[in-house]
Ligand binder design. Structure first.
Ligand code: FAD
Length: 469
């Protein structure tokens, strides 16, 4: 009988344990993607990017004589219906770790097993599954460095090759049409503005990994913090949808380290930050929704999204160039350099005293590399409310940060048109991307700071002191 492979955030053929296992079984393989409530609930940019990823992946499967069957509805009901229609006797998939997926997957597994369907979930989205890394006393890690020390010497299984072929079922079940899902409906700027910045699919991700290891990793220690330099792997977009596996990146990093390339170890450490985020989300799912540190409960953050300073932050017109450059980069490309993410997050939560949830949600709507675990960890880290967070009293100064990390102003000039005689194409493309009702034009004068840097810093420190921090 056929085997259903339930595809989720793992749109690749190589190093895919579930597809590999299904292909090796010799049974007919039916790959399926289900548009359930979790897909419907995605932010505009990640949902649009998922649509691109699915279209591309379906073509890859078609090239191998297979198909991607698309169905919408509750995952359990969809799978049971497909089992009935195809006579499938087994379903397998790769594990997810966010609380909503975990709950869904448990229910699915129980329902399948109840009906004697062979249901199996496999590892593959992270390097080290969250429960496999334990402190000496059997707890979980709350600080990154000991987590890194605990995992850095571990073996990561060698990546699996892509199956050479898949046996097709006698008849294929019906599939819905991807266009009808309209996954890009809420992302009007997607095709026209963001698309040229997307690196789509498994081959592109592998090419980028190869190029990064050949030409960039040796300099990574020096360049990774400079937002004007293309010095990082830019693989987060592909990792988010599983177009490349963390293990493939890990092994490439290990090889580069063996070749004596400086920066390779730092790259491995960054990959482990991603795992650490998953570790935290698995053990404390409240990191997604609540202040991780309880002493922050009741902190008087601004939570009103309609406030002028929140709008200015989202629209990249705070009058602080480094902040505005980061916000505009994200709006146009769907990505933001890590240094800029830290600056804009610190500015929102500290200078503007706005709740990190406001920022987390805006990122969730705008990032094509949106990842629930890394986004929540990044925001709580920046706000000071998270585990292993930047100390609350460390208020990044976006002006001195720019002097340090963008000394020639290449990054801010790349993204800010106002006040420049000949703004470049990226700076101008921001004005093609934004809605008209933002009323911004490249010829406008650049705004004065909505909250001057020193004043904001003092206000934040006063607020912390009032709370007795
Ligand atoms: P590289 O420097 O090439 O690093 C390689 C890989 O390591 C990345 O692709 C990523 O998977 C992982 N990594 C690197 N830094 C981090 C980090 N700080 N935390 C977790 N993993 C890391 N990353 C996301 O993938 N999705 C998000 O939604 C996201 N939101 C963030 C929000 C905030 C406020 C902050 C401060 C950081 C956030 N990050 C997020 C982490 C980080 O900014 C990105 O992973 C990184 O910029 C991706 O670029 P890259 O692939 O070129 O990274």
């Amino acid at each position: 009988s056929p085997i259903l492979v339930w595809m989720r955030r793992d749109l690749r053929l190589s190093d895919h344990p579930a597809l590999h296992k299904a292909a090796a079984s010799g049974r007919p393989v039916i790959p399926v993607f289900i548009r359930d409530g979790l897909v419907d609930g995605l932010g505009a940019a990640p949902k649009w990017r998922l649509g691109l990823g699915l279209e591309h992946f379906a073509q890859r499967l078609a090239d191998k004589g297979s198909r991607l069957i698309l169905r919408s509805g509750d995952a359990r009901a969809v799978l049971l219906e497909l089992i009935e229609q195809t006579g499938a006797g087994a379903v397998c998939w790769m594990r997810a770790y966010d609380p909503d997926s975990v709950e869904r997957d448990k229910a699915v597994k129980a329902a399948l097993r109840e009906r004697d369907i062979d249901a199996e979930s496999l590892a593959g989205h992270v390097l080290f599954e969250p429960w496999t890394v334990e402190t000496r006393t059997g707890g979980f890690y709350k600080v990154y460095t000991p987590f890194w020390k605990a995992v850095k010497g571990r073996d990561v299984a060698a990546p699996l090759p892509a199956p050479s072929e898949f046996r097709a079922p006698g008849t294929w079940p019906d599939s819905e049409a991807l266009e009808d899902w309209a996954l890009g409906a809420a992302m009007r700027r997607g095709a026209s503005v963001v698309r040229p910045h997307v690196r789509l699919g498994e081959d592109a991700a592998q090419a980028r990994l190869g190029a990064f290891m050949a030409h960039k990793v040796a300099e990574y220690d020096d360049t990774r913090d400079l937002p004007s330099v293309d010095g990082t792997s830019c693989l987060s977009e592909n990792l988010a949808l599983g177009e490349i596996s963390a293990a493939q990146c890990w092994h490439a990093g290990i090889r580069a380290r063996e070749e004596g390339k400086a920066g390779a170890e730092t790259f491995l450490k960054e990959l482990v930050w991603r795992d650490f985020a998953y570790h935290l989300m698995w053990h404390t799912p409240r990191i997604l929704t609540e202040n991780w540190r309880e002493e922050w409960a009741g902190f008087p953050w601004n939570t009103d999204e309609r406030r002028a300073e929140v709008k200015a932050w989202k629209q990249g017109r705070t009058g602080i160039r480094f902040v505005d450059a980061g916000m505009r980069e994200m709006y146009v490309t769907g990505r933001m350099h890590n240094r800029a993410r830290m600056i804009v997050a610190s500015y929102l939560t500290k200078h503007l005293l706005c709740h990190w949830q406001i920022g987390l949600k805006w990122f969730e709507d705008c990032l094509i590399d949106w990842d629930p675990a890394s986004n929540a960890m990044g925001w709580q880290w920046s706000a000071g409310s998270g585990p292993d967070a930047t100390p609350y009293f460390r208020v990044f100064n976006p002006v001195t940060q720019r002097d340090k990390f963008d000394p020639k102003r290449a990054y801010v000039d790349r993204w800010i048109a106002e006040g420049r005689r000949n703004p470049g194409k990226d700076a101008l493309s921001y004005f093609d991307a934004i809605p008209q009702h933002w009323h911004m034009a490249p010829g406008d004068p650049y705004p004065d700071p909505i909250v001057p840097v020193d004043e904001g810093r003092k206000r934040a420190l006063d607020a912390y002191e009032n709370r007795g921090f």
